[in-house]
Write a protein of this length. Structure first.
Length: 165
């Protein structure tokens, strides 16, 4: 009986990744940047956003906020590490048009606001508003299943189901 009370907790191995943005869901291979489309950074999806509010796609922790505010890294309860890269070639904007609402180390839940981005400014100053969502430690994946297609809603639409090894 004591062993069942104080035994190891079951390791979480399955989880869903929700849309961090509202817009059109794209396969990662459709991203017009070879670093993402050739999966050099890892597996994932992308969204062509219709609004600029980026929310947490998983329950987890903020592990990195890029100083240029164009990207954020999160770690989930399964150990999955996600990179949300807002737009393409947006690093050169040096944070202009991005408002960060979280800090490194902060715990987040699906739907919590992370960053607000000015899509008009991104269209004007960068290559694209297309936002890759990449699993940067894809080597821990046992299985990844695309769940949605077409239009997705931030914090609500499940885009990927994953199982880690």
């Amino acid at each position: 009986m004591l062993k069942s009370l104080f035994g190891k907790k079951e390791k979480v191995t399955k989880e869903s990744i929700f849309a961090p943005l509202t817009g059109k869901l794209l396969d990662i291979e459709e991203v017009p940047d070879p670093v993402f489309s050739q999966k050099l950074m890892g597996e994932g999806m992308a969204i062509e956003p219709t609004e600029g509010v980026i929310v947490a796609p998983i329950d987890g922790q903020v592990i990195q906020v890029f100083h240029t505010k164009h990207a954020i890294g999160l770690r989930s309860q399964t150990g999955l590490e996600l990179l949300i890269h807002i737009g393409l070639e947006t690093v050169s904007m040096n944070g202009d048009g991005f408002d960060v609402h979280v800090k490194e180390g902060q715990k987040v839940k699906v739907g919590d606001p992370l960053i607000t981005a000015d899509l008009s400014l991104i269209r004007e100053k960068a290559a694209s508003t297309i936002t890759p969502i990449v699993i940067t430690n894809s080597d821990i994946l046992e299985n990844i299943t695309k769940v949605s297609s077409g239009k997705v809603i931030k914090g609500t639409s499940n885009i990927l189901d994953v199982k880690v090894k």
